[in-house]
Design a protein around this ligand. Structure first.
Ligand code: ATP
Ligand code: NI
Length: 342
């Protein structure tokens, strides 16, 4: 069975909001911090065992000391460039990492440690994934059926047809097999599967590339509506602008760790409200801002610096930065991993 259908089978029914024109996507208020997070990731590490020449074993640390939390009713965007570990985090939460992966640290879901047994129980029930790759669709099952299997209560066909209409999928598409879909259509089917699931936590891994403006807006506003009804959404994207349209908070990833978690409101003007030099640089690199590229490259997992991961590219770096990884600290209501951030 494909992962998408397996992940979403037997899920709770959730009313699909009627199709509506969305001019502006409203954002809910910032989450009160005393609220219990639905998901808490602490000091997460993900490494891969690789065999090199002569069957020598090598460990590749791709995620190190990663922390983040998501609260009920919140959209947390995870932004970072390619290879920063966004998808691996998603797969780590769902418990679908490849066999050669080792996980350290803790992930708690509603206060309970997310063991592999619990992951298996929640996957497709309370936690749904919109996978980054459309290959997760079952190639042998008509797509309408794949979406209907994700509906757990009530009229599955009605729910599937409503969500297809909402994402501009023609009625005949429900009879199609995945190979008959364009990339954009396949992605809309994946988003539909998660949206009808009624999951309490939806992890959407790059759900919008290849979709046209109208459908992107529809998908994003649908996530916002689900969050406003109490669901939590982790929106993984490399596109800060998409993230800012709906997210409450943004976690900035760099080389497999969280360098900053900020309120979406902090991404404004010259980035003065941001805390980490990388977040500021990422913000300033946008065409509508200074369009200033960040010199250098994100380090590869096989060649991570021993000190601060951003130190080799940082204009604020001092010799102390190369001494060791900075701890996370709370700063101006956000989180940052930089000894110089003020
Ligand atoms: N099975 C694996 N074995 C070894 N390394 C892996 C494996 N899967 C992923 N990686 C490495 O882990 C790092 C993070 O990958 P990941 O797919 O999480 O990045 P990402 O942030 O989602 O990037 P993108 O924006 O391109 O989707 C990359 O350097 C990648 O090469
Ligand atoms: Ni990815």
């Amino acid at each position: 069975m494909s992962l998408a259908s397996e992940l979403n089978k037997k899920q709770k029914t959730l009313k699909i909001p009627k199709q509506q024109k969305v001019e502006k996507i409203p954002k809910s208020l910032t989450v009160p911090q005393e609220m219990q997070p639905i998901l808490k990731v602490e000091n997460l590490g993900i490494s891969f065992t690789q065999y090199t020449k002569g069957l020598k074993q090598k460990n590749l640390d791709v995620i190190t000391s990663l922390d983040l939390t998501i609260f009920p009713g919140e959209i947390l965007a995870v932004v970072g460039s390619s290879g920063s570990g966004k998808s691996l985090l998603a797969h780590g939460i769902l418990g679908i990492l490849p066999n050669n992966a080792a996980v350290t640290g803790t992930i708690t879901y509603k206060g309970q440690e997310l063991t592999s047994k619990l992951q298996q129980r929640l996957r497709g029930q309370e936690i749904a994934l919109v996978p980054q790759s459309v290959n997760y669709l079952d190639p042998l099952m008509r797509v309408g059926k794949q979406v209907r299997t994700a509906v757990r209560k009530g009229g599955a066909t009605k729910t599937q047809r409503e969500v297809f209409a909402r994402y501009h999928l023609q009625p005949q598409v429900e009879k199609f097999f995945p190979f008959q879909l364009s990339g954009g259509m396949a992605r809309r089917v994946l988003v539909s599967t998660a949206v009808v699931s009624g999951a309490e936590l939806i992890i959407a891994d790059e759900p919008t590339p290849g979709l046209d403006e109208g459908v992107i807006k529809e998908a994003l506003s649908c996530f916002r509506e689900l969050a406003d009804k109490g669901a939590s959404i982790m929106l993984i994207t490399h596109d800060i602008e998409t993230a800012l349209k709906i997210a409450d908070r943004i976690a900035v990833f760099y080389a497999g760790t969280t360098v900053e978690v900020a309120s979406a409101k902090d991404f404004t003007e010259k980035g003065g409200a941001l805390r980490h030099p990388y977040s500021k640089a990422l913000w300033r690199a946008l065409p509508q801002n200074d369009f200033e590229p960040i010199p250098g490259f994100q380090p590869l997992p096989s060649a991570l610096p021993s000190g601060c991961l951003f130190e080799p590219r940082c204009h604020m770096a001092t010799p102390q930065c190369a001494q060791g990884r900075p701890e996370t600290r709370i700063l101006r209501n956000g989180m940052v991993r930089c000894i110089h951030a003020t």
